[in-house]
Ligand binder design. Sequence first.
Ligand code: G1P
Length: 287
Amino acid sequence: MRVRKAVFPVGGLGTRFLPATKALPKEMLPIVDKPLIQYAVEEAAAAGVEEFIFVTGRGKAAIEDHFDHSYELEDLLSARDKTEELAALRAAIPAAGQVAYTRQQEPLGLGHAVWCARNLVGNEPFAVLLADDLIQSKTPCLKQMSDAAAEIGGNMVAVMDVPREHTARYGILDVGSDDGHLAEVRGLVEKPDPVEAPSTLSVIGRYILMPEVFEYLGRKEKGAGGEIQLTDAMAQLIGAQPFHGLRFEGTRFDCGDKLGFLKATVAFGLDRDDLREGLGKYLSDIS
Ligand code: G1P
């Protein structure tokens, strides 16, 4: 099994980051100097993905521009002999025909956003990456998943344990057999109350899914929050196909949340050779 295509739902309004996101897609917010969506695209490419499918919405044109040439800028960098910057800029652009955009015309939920990509995905396994979930790891998270999925097949979600009081923020697993790395998914419930949550193992925004999920998404049944939930459609696949949660190696930052965003900025800043010393000194000076 090979995952060649990835879907990036980027239609969300980003209301938690207003006013920054009034005219700027939230996926274009930078961690250090790179937009969140570029981290997600690079992660997918590192896992062998060759086709990048964006499910966008109104006001998201900056994402399309970001993954295209900017001839004015490239000419300028070239004229000034800024070869490194030029190479980095060009390396971030998928080859012609490798990127596709479709619009989610109404905000009906994550499940609906993924369903909007059904004709572009076709009848093959595919990945879904939520750019808000930024993962710092040695091996990119989706690569960890695609390696594991190549061996055991079927559907896979990235998972991590969360405090019980946070279960209402996530898709939560009902766990079958569990070797501490891979957990068999026996059930899935979207945003359960802490008292009702079947476990504290939660879905993080990385998925490898079989195309049969589109059949269930197409039923457009509303779930938690009155939205069409990806979790509910995935739950229908359990039993018919293998389904596992992978406890990934790495640290996940919820960049849809202000504190998570700031933590990611610090962590990724400290990981950079050009910033580590200065940022580290500043952090120790103020603590
Ligand atoms: C979405 C999914 C949820 C998952 C979460 C991970 O929720 O619906 O199952 O656990 O992403 O970040 P959202 O954060 O869009 O509310």
